[in-house]
Design a protein around this ligand. Structure first.
Ligand code: ZN
Length: 258
């Protein structure tokens, strides 16, 4: 094949490939749209779907492999544009003084505040100290107020976390226990996963299995919509090491209920 023909051949193959992959993309988009339409038309959103049942898929927050490829600044710009779209689709007048900065406010709040725990760079820096007091009993940090967001509906769930551990030789600054709870809460979450993520991290940091976490929370997706139950709350727990012993659980619960 002469070089000009060859070049033409390659270009025509490339454009064929482009057309082929565009058709594939369109097909996928059409399929996705049909699935979304099917979900919206046929599932009863106010009742028992997987979201309302708050099914958790695993210990790790499901993240894309390249989740930190985009800078926080780029994420904020993109979220602001996308949120503007949502508001526009809802029919809101974005030239109104009260609404015009909402997309920017939401973008800033998502990245810097309520979803800041998705960025590993925001993980609290922890330093440990020698257990000089030779304190051997459980240490309980109770009533840690947290605000999180349900990953199925993107509305808040909020409550108290109680964290306990027995030192294996090192101790942790008390405020760090609060910071670990806040870090994992500031993600789209499921309460069971939040409980286990805090416990697993504490076990690793403190080099012990003797860790307990109890969370009592109210979910706005249960109270403000769906089943609209204003009084129920959800309790989850993790008992590791010596906390698997029922006497220890009772001791811990006595401290918490004091
Ligand atoms: Zn929910």
């Amino acid at each position: 094949m002469q070089s000009r023909t060859c070049k033409f051949y390659i270009i025509s193959k490339l454009s064929e490939h482009k057309v082929y992959s565009q058709t594939l993309k369109q097909k996928k988009l059409k399929k996705d749209n049909l699935l979304i339409e099917d979900y919206i038309e046929n599932s009863d959103l106010s009742n028992d779907d997987a979201g309302d049942d708050h099914i958790s898929t695993g210990l790790e927050t499901p993240m894309k492999k390249d989740s930190i490829a985009m800078s926080d600044k780029e994420k904020k710009v993109k979220i602001s544009h996308l949120f503007k779209e949502i508001m526009d689709v809802l029919g809101l007048d974005l030239s109104d003084d009260s609404l015009k900065d909402t997309p920017n406010r939401v973008a800033k709040m998502y990245i810097e505040e309520i979803f800041s725990g998705l960025n590993p760079a925001n993980k609290p820096k922890i330093s440990l100290f020698e257990n000089k007091y030779r304190y051997k009993q459980m240490l309980v940090e109770k009533d840690i107020t947290f605000y999180s967001n349900c990953e199925h509906h993107f509305v808040p769930f909020t409550g108290k976390a109680h964290v306990a551990y027995v030192s294996s030789g090192k101790v942790i600054g008390l405020s760090k226990l609060n910071r670990i709870v806040q870090y994992y809460a500031k993600r789209p979450q499921v309460q069971e996963r939040l409980t286990n993520q805090i416990a697993e991290d504490l076990k690793e940091i403190l080099n012990t299995n003797d860790v307990a976490v109890i969370i009592d929370a109210k979910h706005l997706c249960v109270s403000s919509r769906g089943v609209k139950d204003n009084t129920s709350s959800t309790i989850t727990s993790y008992y590791g090491g010596i906390f698997e012993d029922s006497a220890k659980i009772t001791e811990l619960q006595n401290y918490i209920n004091k």
